[in-house]
Design a protein around this ligand. Structure first.
Ligand code: ZN
Length: 382
């Protein structure tokens, strides 16, 4: 079922090599393609003719003259097809039509009753699809909170209040198209990997800071999901077994010390009506407000340090809503990681902000389908 949309694009391994080279390293000439793929020039001529006729590739000018004949340059056409990316939140469904270069062409959004039932979500996704789908659509990618297994079942989502809810199959039945479902932070990490701050790295961890703390792990350019989609639950690593109770039921999780939950508690303790007032106070130089953010940054740094010691990534990519106040907690975070992780693992580590902002979730949802479409037919996961 999930192969149908993708096969038309790559069809076989050799054609797949040509398409992927044009997509990731194009524009390039037929000669270059033959050189890089090791395929015979006659095979490249045939592939190029087909790809141009189908609209998957297009001609975009010529190589610069170096005395000889100038060769025609071929480029991948990112608007050959689109993917519908969906983000299911507690109170709304966001959706977008996204092209094959991760660019949003059109958006749609609708509120959900809280907490939403699966059927309410499915019918909104169908509405979104009807409003957004134009031309060739490869499939629908869904980013959702919770533990999502390889079959698109949301095993457990505290935010939606769902247990063992099949999402992928019922949606694929309703829409008649391939549907891929992934944890929302994993989808974000994938988006950053393809189009954002993660492009420069093969191994990185994307950590989100805001209402909760989440993480997506990218190893060797691929999302690492763990046995059943539970990898990257950084927010629930134990910082203090005697600490305050976390919403997961355990005590002293990182989330309790470094998410908005912590900032709200600090705001209350210091007599502020809420987090915005704490932020304003820290910005105007108030020592106790600044100390609250420094503490949060330090705890985040402890979490990041444990991740760094475990995985030795090239980078930590930081995203999430609270990054708007990164100036207040980033120095303490850096200090903790730089000085307390193993020097060997921390020395070369980059700590960088995510680049796609909130759109990263929708782009990542779409990329779930795009990534599968461009996977060599020999490597498909099905
Ligand atoms: Zn927890």
């Amino acid at each position: 079922m999930q192969r149908k949309g993708a096969l038309g694009l790559l069809r076989d391994h050799n054609r797949g090599m040509v398409v992927n080279l044009l997509r990731t390293r194009g524009p390039m000439s037929r000669t270059e393609l033959a050189h890089l793929t090791g395929l015979a020039p006659s095979a490249i001529t045939r592939f190029a003719r087909d790809l141009l006729a189908e609209g998957i590739a297009r001609e975009v000018g010529k190589t610069r003259s170096n005395g000889g004949r100038r060769a025609v340059l071929l480029a991948f056409n990112p608007t050959y097809a689109h993917v519908i990316g969906v983000k299911v939140e507690r109170e709304r469904v966001l959706a977008a039509r996204v092209d094959l270069a991760g660019r949003i062409a059109r958006r749609w959004e609708a509120p959900l009753p809280t907490p939403p039932t699966p059927d309410e979500v499915f019918s909104l996704v169908r509405n979104a699809f009807q409003r957004l789908a134009r031309g060739r659509i490869l499939g629908v990618g869904v980013a959702i909170s919770g533990f999502v297994d390889a079959h698109g079942v949301d095993l457990y989502s505290p935010i939606l209040g769902w247990h063992n809810v099949a999402v992928g199959e019922p949606l694929a039945d309703r829409l008649g198209l391939p549907v891929r479902v992934e944890n929302d932070v994993n989808a974000l990490a994938l988006a950053e990997c393809w189009y954002g701050a993660g492009r420069r790295f093969r191994n990185f961890v994307c950590i989100t800071v805001g209402e909760g703390i989440g993480a997506g792990v990218v190893i060797a350019g691929e999302l690492y999901r763990g046995a059943f989609g539970g990898a990257g639950e950084v927010g629930h690593m134990t910082i203090d077994p005697a600490g305050p109770r976390c919403r997961c039921g355990e005590q002293g999780c990182l989330e309790v010390f470094a998410s908005d939950w912590f900032l709200a508690a600090e705001a209350e303790r210091l007599g502020h009506p809420g987090i915005p007032s704490l932020v304003a106070s820290a910005r105007s130089g108030d020592a106790s407000a600044r100390e609250a953010f420094a503490l949060m940054g330090r705890y985040l740094g402890i979490g990041a340090k444990n991740v760094v010691n475990l995985l030795n990534p090239e980078a930590i990519v930081l995203g999430g809503e609270r990054m708007t106040d990164a100036d207040l907690f980033l120095p303490a975070l850096e200090e903790e990681v730089r000085h307390h992780a193993f020097p060997e693992t921390a020395r070369e580590l980059a700590i960088v902000p995510a680049e796609l902002g909130p759109d990263g979730f929708l782009i990542g949802a779409a990329t779930l389908v795009t990534a599968e479409a461009f996977r060599s037919p020999m490597e498909r996961t099905g």
